[in-house]
Write a protein that binds this ligand. Structure first.
Ligand code: GTP
Ligand code: MG
Length: 187
């Protein structure tokens, strides 16, 4: 079963491993979930940022939960709401025992934002294994992909134990590699 939560009492209780998706509003977190499971609108997506407002736990064949997290850096939500999102996300990331790793999405077209860098520093501090995914790569010519790799690696100072993967929900580029990373981190 899929479920939504705003506090720890509402988290699922089966104990399946969880992998959470983090990233700026509109970067493509929900789209990545849909690509991974070959569904168009399993996780709700929108061209309007701020679509995902709760922790959404997507049950993948009773083997794991992919956890869709509200995006950060969305100017139009109120300051109070942004603080509430912050508390909700922090509580989840710092206390959740079944959480095995996070995928931080960044927009491959731009340098990572300060929020992206802070989020990576936060999860690194808590030793949460991380895959950084540079997405929307269908918008970038192949001869620029190496530039994205070096830009993101340098700005985020990605640890040796973490990885970077180029991805596109449009072309499905990187889908198999993301699955491999998830499977490697479910144990
Ligand atoms: P919030 O729920 O607001 O935090 O956003 P989100 O990160 O879940 O983004 P979502 O998956 O809803 O995608 C936002 C927009 O980007 C939608 O219009 C998607 O169609 C588009 N999009 C997502 N991934 C890609 C991609 O790989 N390539 C292209 N071209 N567009 C994408
Ligand atoms: Mg979303």
């Amino acid at each position: 079963m899929n479920l939504s939560a705003v506090s720890s009492k509402q988290y699922p209780s089966e104990g399946y491993p969880e992998i959470a998706l983090l990233g700026r509003s509109n970067v493509g977190k929900s789209s990545l979930i849909n690509t991974l499971i070959n569904r168009k609108s399993f996780a709700r997506t929108s061209s309007t940022p701020g679509k995902t407002q709760t922790l959404n736990f997507y049950n993948i064949e009773d083997l794991l939960y992919l956890v869709d997290v509200p995006g950060y850096g969305f100017a139009k939500v109120s300051k109070k709401q942004r603080e509430e999102f912050g508390v909700m996300i922090e509580e989840y990331l710092t206390t959740r025992e079944p959480l095995k790793g996070v995928i931080i999405l960044v927009d491959g077209r731009h340098a990572p934002s300060d929020d992206d860098i802070s989020m990576y520093q936060f999860v690194s501090y808590y030793h949460i294994p991380t895959l950084v995914v540079a997405t929307k790569m269908d918008k970038i010519k192949g001869n620029q992909w190496n530039k994205t790799i070096s830009q993101v690696t340098k700005a985020m100072e990605i640890n040796q134990t973490d990885s970077l993967q180029l991805f596109s929900a449009e072309t499905k580029k990187g889908k198999e590699e993301v699955w491999t990373w998830i499977e490697d981190h479910m144990k």
